[in-house]
Design a protein around this ligand. Structure first.
Ligand code: ATP
Ligand code: MG
Length: 139
């Protein structure tokens, strides 16, 4: 399965703004299959651990507060070239710079509250999938 999966979260802003269905439609219309999915909420500890790579960045505290502020949808997705194609589908981190028709252009409100997460490498996709799901929850 290596190379064919990515991990995503529909972030608290997009959930609160009612975009779960539209974003899932966007994802499945692009050819992704759902390997695992759950509606859940991250604790501050889990959000901090997930984004630990950004610990030294000035926005880290804000990011952890935001990601633990409300429910999210976490999912593992499969498709050829899953990681790279998903980053194209969601667009730039800053929605103001995201291409037309991308998920962030359509549904994100700011660079901090940017609607979705997408893994940045095959290795991280695997780590992030295992962080959120047990092997028995991935199909
Ligand atoms: P993600 O990892 O969530 O898919 P990304 O890979 O596009 O996003 P990263 O550089 O990994 O971007 O940043 C992680 C998250 O931190 C961003 O999605 C955003 O929510 C937040 N973030 C990044 N840069 C800033 C910033 N300058 N100000 C506020 N928040 C930021
Ligand atoms: Mg990232």
């Amino acid at each position: 399965m290596a190379g064919n999966i990515t991990f995503t979260m529909i972030k608290p802003d997009a959930v609160k703004n009612g975009h779960i269905g539209a974003i899932l439609n966007h994802i499945t219309s692009a050819g992704y299959n759902i390997v695992a999915m759950k509606y859940t909420k991250l604790s501050k500890e889990k959000a901090g651990e997930f984004y630990a790579v950004h610990k030294e960045r000035p926005f880290y505290g804000e990011l952890v507060d935001f990601m633990s502020s409300g429910p999210i949808v976490a999912a593992v997705l499969s498709k050829d070239n899953a990681v790279e194609d998903f980053r194209t589908l969601i667009g730039s981190t800053n929605p103001a710079e995201a291409a037309e028709g991308t998920v962030r252009k359509l549904y994100a409100t700011s660079i901090g509250e940017n609607a979705v997460h997408g893994s940045d490498s095959d290795e991280n996709a695997q780590i992030e999938a295992n962080f959120h799901f047990a092997a028995t929850e991935m199909f």
